[in-house]
Design a protein around this ligand. Sequence first.
Ligand code: 5RP
Length: 222
Amino acid sequence: MNAKKLAGEKAVEQVKEGMVVGLGTGSTAYWAVQKLGELVKDGLHIKAIPTSKSTEKLAIELNIPLVSFSEINEIDLTIDGADEINPTLDLIKGGGGALLREKIVAHSSKKFVVIADESKLVNHLGSFPLPVEVTPFGLDVTKREIQNLRCNTILRQSDASNIFITDNGNYILDCYFESIIDPSIIHTQLNMIPGVVENGLFVNMAEQVIIGYNDGRLKVLE
Ligand code: 5RP
């Protein structure tokens, strides 16, 4: 049983006729977008806002109508994956590098539903390196300031000789903290550093987390 597919398809049950839907990024969100594509093909009317260029491409392939923020006031429901989920439903996101658009979309949503397989559940955030999107200008000084928060940083590469560039033209520093005990403090400290565009901590944002298990079970956390 594909746990990611299970969670993704379960979340899509909440999508209703006429909704504006935020489309997440990654291998779990992929299944939600695929399911939405099927429903649209069968006559469901929705409009969607993708959280990355890759999801935009997928949505276009599936004939899911897209809208921009200038055309809507609010997103009804966003469905997206996560890299880590703690017991209070705080998240690390950005493994795929889409954290900035993901956070803008989630923040603009009436309901933010996270989908994942059980491997994403943790007691404390931070084993997964925290992605931080930074401007190329001032990279070295921004990096030093981030390291002062007691973490090691690695500039994300797309391959051996190329720096990873986000959909917004920025870089990602993957930050290795020992453990993130208070995500809201680290979140604020990071975003106060000039040069930091956004960080991958999603604190107090997920209303619901749907976990898929390989044996076919589903768990809903709220
Ligand atoms: C992309 C993300 C993804 O949602 C996160 O990395 C989880 O991905 P996957 O579902 O492939 O495990 O935040 O920026």
